[in-house]
Design a binder for this molecule. Structure first.
Ligand SMILES: CC(C)[C@H](C(=O)O)[C@@H](O)C(=O)O
Ligand code: SF4
Length: 476
């Protein structure tokens, strides 16, 4: 029963990174990779300078520009003065400290959680941190990856280590086959709907089961990306052949002569069969349907053909109040069907759903059709790599012919930090991960959906039950 003989994947990675004990419950962990972007790094660099310290391992630090960039044109000042200052500060700090940076002139620039895996920076068994909550995305590779605050960013820059307390372990086991039109986005929304936005508090969530094994790396990243939305510290998936095949040949992947040894180590990264988790949740993949959020947190989610719930249907008083407030903000009535709701804006992008597979799924719905009159629709690839591939595959042409805007890479309309916003009162079908009040702009009404559902909404001008769309794309 000792932990040494039987460990979860999280415990294995954690234990192998302890370099010191600060007090009985706090360990000092070694950090393998530190990703940075313009929003949460400037004060950290200032703090470092004030303390007269240097970046200890610029070679393990990697930067990109994403939140504040304009995806309409490649210019540092295109998203306004504040954005320009943030981006210039990042560029100056990286230059001064010799930190590699994907800036706006770099062909691979993109969202931090898209570029890490693409560049081969994200590898199994690593501890990866970034001053960004969706760092959980990288857990899809069997890396322990989590977001940190700005003072922690400074600590990692200075020491390449981080004080941590061991989290509890949550196993989310999803077995069986997903139905047609049900995507990893629907899976994670359904999991959050079931566990709630606080269901993962204090836990690192490991996703396993046959439905996960069948998922591509893109799908696994979507799943881990949103594990933070149920409060989990990180999401984790044991690496397998699909993981190794994805990493092989990437710029920062282990070199050919080290590859076999790396894979051999990576193959030891799984939860032992008799490892004990603090909490276990089992879900039947076949029970999951296409999902859509109706409220202002990702837990306020229903199957797309369900009616919007009445606040009275929640037995918990806090949830009842939250539902009431959410319905008022969202301009919805209990009992209403979202498939009767018009959309004003469609945003396909963000670190949740801006990878090539997401764009393929959206393009297959859009092909040969037109965006409905009065709908503003945009596709924002997650990185230059995704953009080029989508253009080479003809996906960009499909979107443009249909009337979508085809953008440069960045966070864009996922949050109101650049020149893309949803206007007050407008309803947006969004493939991103957060639907908080004002997230996409003051008064904006966000509905989180999969790329295929977002694409279908753009064409129909209202939400559509994607499961009721037949092969030819007509609604049954
Ligand atoms: C700006 C950044 C700190 C923030 C995060 O931590 O997630 C952003 O990426 C978000 O998605 O809200
Ligand atoms: S795309 Fe959205 S969720 Fe992802 S890092 Fe950018 S702002 Fe955060």
């Amino acid at each position: 029963m000792s932990q040494a003989t039987s460990q979860t994947l999280f415990q294995k990675i954690y234990a192998s990174h302890v370099v010191g004990k600060l007090n009985p419950s706090t360990d000092l962990l070694y950090v393998d990779r530190h990703l940075i972007h313009e929003v949460t790094s400037p004060q950290a660099f200032s703090g470092l300078k004030l303390a007269n310290r240097k970046v200890r391992r610029p070679d393990l630090t990697f930067a990109t520009m994403d939140h504040n960039v304009s995806t309409q044109r490649r210019s540092l000042d295109a998203a306004g003065e504040t954005s320009r200052k943030q981006l210039e500060a990042l560029a100056a700090n990286c230059a001064e400290n010799r930190i590699p940076l994907l800036d706006l002139t770099h062909p691979d620039q993109g969202i931090v959680h898209v570029i890490g895996p693409e560049q081969g920076l994200t590898q199994p068994g690593m501890i990866i941190v970034c001053g960004d909550s969706h760092t959980s995305t990288h857990g899809a590779f069997g890396a322990l990856a989590f977001g940190i605050g700005t003072s922690e960013v400074e600590h990692v820059l200075a020491t390449q280590t981080l004080p941590q307390q061991q989290a509890k372990t949550l196993k989310v086991e999803i077995n069986g086959e997903l139905s047609a039109h049900v995507t990893p986005k629907d899976v994670i929304l359904a999991v959050i709907g079931k566990l709630g936005t606080a269901g993962g508090n204090g836990y690192v969530a490991e996703f396993c089961g046959s439905a996960i094994r069948a998922m591509s790396m893109e799908g696994r990243m979507t799943l881990c990306n949103m594990s933070i939305e149920m409060g989990a510290k990180a999401g984790l998936i044991a690496p397998d052949q699909i993981t190794f095949d994805y990493i092989k040949g990437k710029a920062h992947a282990p070199a050919a002569e080290h590859w076999d040894a790396a894979v051999q180590y990576w193959q030891s990264l799984y939860s032992d069969a008799d490892a004990v988790f603090d909490k276990v949740v089992e879900i039947d993949a076949a029970s999951i349907t296409p999902q859509i959020t109706w409220g202002t947190n990702p837990e306020q989610v229903i199957a797309v053909d369900q009616a919007v719930p009445a606040p009275d249907s929640f037995s918990d008083a806090t949830k009842r109040d939250a539902a009431e407030r959410a319905l008022a903000y969202m301009g919805l009535q209990p009992g209403q069907k979202l498939t009767d709701c018009k959309v004003d804006v469609v945003f396909i992008g963000s670190c949740t759903n801006s990878r090539i597979e997401d764009l393929r799924a959206a393009a297959s719905v859009v092909q040969g059709k037109k965006v409905a009159a009065g709908v503003r629709a945009l596709v924002v690839p997650g990185s230059g790599v995704v953009k080029r591939q989508a253009e080479a595959e003809g996906l960009a042409g499909i979107f443009k012919d249909a009337g979508f805007e085809w953008r440069e890479p960045g966070c864009s309309m996922c949050l109101g930090m650049n020149d893309d916003r949803v206007d007050a009162g407008q309803r947006c079908a969004s493939t991103s991960n957060r639907n908080f009040e004002g997230r996409q702009g003051r008064g904006a009404r966000t509905h989180l959906v999969s790329p295929a559902m977002a694409a279908a909404a753009a064409i129909a001008g209202k939400f559509v039950n994607i499961a009721a769309v037949n092969e030819k794309g007509d609604r049954a």
